[in-house]
Ligand binder design. Sequence first.
Ligand SMILES: *Cc1c(COP(=O)(O)O)cnc(C)c1O
Length: 369
Amino acid sequence: MRTVPFFNYPFVFTASEGRFLETLRAVGRRGAFIMQKDLADFEANLAAYTGAKYAVGVSNATDGLQMALMAGGLKAGDEVIICSHTMVATAASIHFAGGVPVPVEVGADRCIDADAIEAAITPKTRAICPTQLNGRTCNMDRIMAVAAKHGLGVFEDAAQALGSKFKGGSAGTFGRAACISFYPAKVLGCLGDGGAVLTNDEEIYKKLLLLRDHGRDETGDVVMWGMNSRLDNVEAAYLDFQLKDYPNVVERRRGIAAIYQQRLGACERVTLPPAPGSDPNHFDIYQNYEVEGDKRDELKAYLKEQGVGTLIQWGGRPVHQFGKLGFKQRLPKTDRFFTRCIMLPLNMSLVDDDVHHVCDKVLEFYSHS
Ligand SMILES: *Cc1c(COP(=O)(O)O)cnc(C)c1O
């Protein structure tokens, strides 16, 4: 029986094992471990790829968003609006930067509902952190207009969206600063934790350089409180060679999404994400292929029985459902979405027949239930 795992972690390494080992040897023999040339090269190439003025390598996207907010001047008690359909990391970044995360409803395209943002604004609101979810960039015209109208800063959680675009602008380049994640399962993944912050703002850029390295400037003087949150040089070297092939990776992912669209688009029991190319304003990179399905739990169990791996994002719970963190919002649209959402396999280890197999099994399930 053909089995299609949801994700193939060894493949992150084995897909270019030779290159990884060569890189490790070269970096290791130079003893170039922390903040060396490979990191600077990667940062320059990442900035060029996204069109951001600056890219700063950091130890992970969560720290990155926290430092972006700190560099942007977030103050204790400032409220920051987020989509509840995001990783708890978005909320934690705000919390540890001193702010109060305020989750709101998810919209039809699985991004933050722009109308819900405006309804959640209070005198304490200072910023919006939209998540560019599943490799799609939100309608940033709407979000930037709300932000401008109310004088709010925008800090994108673009952890899942490197290379995704809205009206030609890359995810991570719309607001004051943004984080990108290189967690192994992300589209550009490294062999552990890694992240970057993008910004066009020179003042934020300079603060980020200090914040990630103990508050030390180029002379070694400590000029402010800082963290230790640097991107390892060897990871930066791995990421830099993978970035060269990244546009091909994105094309392949869009190709897989197109197969899902073609095979499942007519099935009324599932709601698919926007198809690649279906809206000229959006260029999606399909970090995830998240669908809504009738009888979601039964579908998941059936696919598992048939050897097809699936995943429900965030362990099945949007941020506002984490009552132990103090959230009290009532978000019925998001609650309903989380009874229906499920992610089908979409990764670089899949061949077309794997994708067709997943589609066969989904259609088989709905033909008899
Ligand atoms: C992966 C992810 C993060 C966290 O990224 P790390 O690099 O693991 O800190 C934050 N937000 C979203 C939306 C993510 O998918």
